[in-house]
Write a protein that binds this ligand. Structure first.
Ligand code: GTP
Length: 343
């Protein structure tokens, strides 16, 4: 089975973290995000994944290579961003697509039953099937009402106000190659959500109600939510055991005398000074925190340095190589650009 993973977006909502690392390979619970997705795909019989890259594409290839646990990885790189559907057309034009394929947004952490989605697609004789997951607040997603047999009736992309259903587009599709050939134009950006799916309504567009865990890690809040969920074991993953505070400390970290946890992740080779507290926070590789610091509910990208006695308040995102001065303050919700100095 073949899958194409959309991995070329700029990830603007996760800036400044995505200024230096593309979202698909950003560390999540200490591992490149896409490795969770590749484990999941492999578990459903996928043996070839086309990674559709654009923004910072070298970063994706460098991290994942050409084979992952027996799954062959191929790369298609766009000279210009082609949106969500344009890259699938490009893969077709490069002669890479099989008769039927899975297409996945590259920022979804889920354990939904893809095999059941494929079965539902075959049984319905659909041209395209969308996994639909239930959420409490639909306002930032594409809402997809279906009739009682599962055929899609409308595609309401990110509309405010009351929605006809709480089922939203989960970014996991089964597509017949004919859809790509007949509906997606070549050579320009095309959006599944705004163009392709609305035009397929009434022409074999099917919805499959997905159960299980699902989160799109594309905002800071949801990136942290996915981190806490993985640490607590839902969804299941191949993470190493967490310590007694539910935290994960990477190789080569120095934390003597520091208070790490609860629910924190330290990447490889971080150091946290004595009497410092790191709570519900994520430190990517090589972060150095001095003594007597407080880091709460924040994300610090690789090689950030935090001087003695400094504070990083909840919701802050600190870009790679930034420096927080001794006794400095990164205020709640702040965004610190890569390399920036904070007093
Ligand atoms: P935001 O800028 O924060 O909205 O993030 P994003 O750029 O990732 O956009 P969005 O979350 O809407 O994208 C959904 C999926 O499609 C993600 O996995 C993106 O990597 C991917 N994607 C978005 N635009 C493109 C594109 O132009 N080309 C490719 N290959 N993938 C894309």
């Amino acid at each position: 089975m073949q899958a194409l993973v959309l991995a070329g977006g700029e990830g603007t909502r996760l800036r400044p973290l995505t200024r230096t690392v593309p979202k698909p390979v950003m560390p999540l619970a200490g591992r490149p995000f896409l490795t969770f997705m590749l484990d999941w795909l492999r578990g459903h019989g996928v043996d070839e994944v086309i990674l559709s890259c654009g923004f910072l594409s070298d970063g994706v290839h460098r991290v994942l290579g050409d084979i992952y646990q027996g799954v062959r990885l191929r790369y298609v790189t766009e000279p210009e961003p082609l949106g969500t559907a344009g890259p699938v057309r490009l893969a077709l034009d490069e002669g890479l697509l099989e008769e039927r394929l899975l297409v996945l947004n590259g920022d979804v952490l889920t354990d939904m039953d893809l095999s059941a989605e494929l079965d539902a697609h075959r049984r319905a004789g659909a041209s395209a099937t969308l996994a639909l997951t239930a959420v409490e607040d639909t306002s930032s997603y594409g809402v997809v009402p279906t009739d009682e047999r599962g055929w899609v009736e409308a595609f309401l992309e990110k509309s405010p106000g009351p929605a006809p259903t709480n089922r939203i587009n989960a970014g996991a599709y089964v597509l017949q190659r004919s859809v790509v050939e007949d509906i997606i134009p070549a050579g320009r950006p095309v959006s599944f959500e705004r163009e392709v799916f609305p035009s397929l309504i009434g022409h074999g567009l099917h919805g499959w109600p997905a159960e299980g865990y699902w989160v799109d890690i594309g905002t800071p809040e949801r990136y942290l939510e996915a981190t806490y969920d993985l640490l607590s074991g839902r969804p299941k993953s191949a993470l190493p055991p967490r310590d007694e505070t539910g935290s994960l400390i990477g190789a080569g970290c120095l934390t003597a005398g520091a208070h790490i946890g609860p629910q924190s992740v330290l990447g490889a080779h971080c150091s946290v000074g004595s009497d410092s507290a790191v709570e519900r926070s994520v430190l990517h590789d090589g972060v150095v925190v001095g003594a007597d610091c407080e880091i709460r509910e924040s994300v610090l990208a690789e090689r950030v340095q935090v001087g003695q006695g400094a504070r990083v308040e909840p919701g802050a995102l600190v870009g790679a190589n930034a420096r927080v001065a001794p006794r400095g303050l990164v205020e709640a919700g702040a965004r610190v650009e890569p390399g920036e100095k904070v007093g």
